[in-house]
Design a protein around this ligand. Structure first.
Ligand code: NAD
Length: 539
């Protein structure tokens, strides 16, 4: 099989066919309120216990009524996943890849606008942000994961088979099901977490975020249309705490595939530890979690390039990317030169409805996020060491809108320099031009996270210095670029320290966490004599 290519990104320029198609699909989805069931063993289950899904930039508009799983449905889903595994394994890697490659083809074709529109409305992404996430990244996840899985089936065969012996390695899946608990902010990650283990033969419970039920359900439907057999992935909107409790009470719980906040992941890890005596296997635990992603600039940097990276890196998708630039260390000479221009460019950012293609930003995901982010802004306003130099306003009357905000601080350990805010807030610490080395240490020690970060410099020596000093400060490191926008098969994504287990989603390292190889020795010359030569007596 040839190596896949990254899916080309559609531009949605005015007058383009894709723009007209997407607009028509947005209008269609705006005109309906759908019922979203649980999907258990391939069956739709309407539980009658419902919640609504609204549009973050227009929270009076209901997109869907979502039927939540209760204990009975969660237990049925565990049973379905366990029962489905043998046939799924028997289908073989090629059979499984054929299904997920069909998923990728459907998404690249007829389903693209449906999934993009659902992501724009459900999670308030602009057309471009939806396209790079829910279409391109997910197509890439599916195609490249199949490619990588084929690769290691061959790569991990034993190197040596002496005469009379045939050695082989069976790349088995984990025995049991994987619990996939997914975040709101990337539709692609949500679908990838249950499907990556499925490609190598695991079955899964998929617990979507309460803030992305609509787009995630469209993808569940897509996977079923592509031929995903019943029970392989079971879609369970509902309480994460309760699903975890039910899953861990089942001895066949084989792993957790999580993306979300650090605190939730740490709690889950502890619960898994407590459940161990009840489990058949030691479960695999994979979690990609929060970030406090940095930009460090050297006085010799490209100033306009830095300005663009700060603006895009901090404010695209309202700063709700785990990789969003949220703390910057800028030398005073550079800051003096770019500060007013940066503020002026930010004042040009249009914010509003995601389906108005002229907007660069839309709303944050929900009231909880709005309250949390505005709280950080208000506390910064009240501190002597912080000055809000642009933005700082917010309004939740129609949608949960927060202005792109920059806080300038003289305290490199102020809370907005250290904690994940997950909103359109960038904090800048301005340092003396001669303190570059100290600032690298400050950046390394400044936050418990280690997800993404950038260095801006035009000198190789300074880049190398930062590269070495920040080795463990970011799992994805950028040189003269914004710290967002990792692409499957180009920059495998994940961080360490408090940012996760760094298993690099969309790469072979992640897939390897879902396999448990069996080594097989076949003896062709079967020994017929139990004695060994050394046992002979001396003459
Ligand atoms: P979140 O932690 O609030 O929720 C993630 C998932 O966990 C959701 O499905 C939620 O319902 C579930 N959950 C919440 N509490 C739970 C509990 N007690 N038990 C079981 N499940 C529970 O995160 P979010 O707001 O959806 O996503 C944003 C977070 O995700 C940010 O911290 C961001 O940095 C992180 N993120 C990280 C990456 C990465 O690759 N490192 C990628 C995307 C998002």
């Amino acid at each position: 099989m040839p190596q896949p290519n990254n899916e080309p990104i559609l531009g949605f320029a005015p007058g383009s066919q894709e723009r007209a198609d997407l607009q028509a699909e947005i209008d269609r989805q705006m005109g309906e309120v759908i019922e979203i069931p649980c999907i258990i063993n391939g069956e739709e289950v309407f539980t009658g216990t419902t919640t609504t899904q609204v549009i973050p930039h227009n929270h009076g508009h209901v997109l869907a009524n979502v039927h939540l799983a209760g204990r009975t449905e969660m237990e049925a889903a565990c049973e379905a996943a366990v029962n489905a595994q043998q046939a799924w394994i028997d289908l073989g890697l090629e059979g499984r890849c054929a299904i997920f490659e069909r998923c990728a083809d459907l998404l690249a074709g007829d389903w693209r606008m449906r999934v993009n529109a659902a992501t724009m409305l459900n999670q308030s992404k602009t057309a471009f942000q939806a396209e790079i996430d829910s279409a391109c990244e997910l197509i890439d996840f599916w195609r490249f994961n199949c490619h990588y899985a084929r690769g290691f089936h061959d790569d991990f065969q034993p190197l040596v088979s002496p005469e009379g012996v045939q050695n082989s390695t069976e790349i088995r899946p984990l025995e049991g099901f994987v619990l996939s608990i997914t975040p709101f902010n990337f539709t692609s990650i949500a679908a990838n977490l249950p499907s990556a283990p499925a490609i190598v033969g695991c079955t899964s419970l998929w617990k979507p975020s309460r803030n992305s039920y609509h787009s995630n359900y469209v993808l569940m439907q897509l996977m079923m249309e592509a031929g995903l057999p019943p029970g392989v992935i079971n879609f369970l909107p509902g309480s994460g705490a309760e699903i975890t409790e039910v899953a861990l009470a089942n001895p066949d719980f084989a792993g957790l595939h999580f993306t979300g906040s650090t605190a939730v992941f740490q709690g889950l890890w502890q619960e898994i530890g407590l459940a161990l005596p009840n489990l058949r296997s030691y479960p695999r635990i994979v979690g990609e979690t929060g970030g406090k992603d940095f930009v460090v600039a050297h006085p010799d940097c490209d100033r306009q390039g830095l300005l663009v990276a700060l603006l895009r890196g901090a404010f695209e998708y309202q700063g709700q990317k785990c990789s969003a630039a949220s703390r910057a260390y800028i030398p005073s000479s550079v800051w003096d030169a770019i500060r007013d221009d940066l503020v002026s460019e930010i004042s040009k950012i249009k914010m509003g409805d995601a389906s108005d293609f002229t907007n660069f930003m839309t709303a944050v995901i929900d009231q909880r996020a709005f309250d949390k982010i505005s709280g950080y802004i208000d506390r910064a306003k009240s501190r002597d060491t912080c000055t809000v130099i642009c933005g700082g306003g917010y309004d939740d009357s129609t949608g949960w809108f927060i202005e792109p905000t920059i806080i300038e601080t003289s305290n490199p350990t102020s809370e907005s320099m250290v904690e994940e805010i997950f909103g359109p807030v960038l904090t800048v610490y301005v340092y003396d031009d001669s303190d570059f080395d100290q600032v690298l240490t400050m950046c390394d020690e400044g936050s418990p996270y280690a997800l993404t970060g950038s260095i801006f410099s035009s000198s190789e020596e300074n880049i190398q210095k930062a590269y070495n000093a920040l080795r463990f400060t970011a799992g994805n490191f950028y040189i003269n670029d914004k710290p967002t926008g990792a692409v499957v098969a180009q920059q495998p994504f994940g961080g360490a320290r408090a940012s996760g287990t760094n298993d690099k989603a969309g790469g072979p390292l992640n897939l390897l966490r879902w396999v448990s190889p069996r080594s097989v020795k076949r003896t062709l010359d079967i020994p017929q004599d139990w004695t060994y030569p050394f046992m002979g007596a001396d003459e």
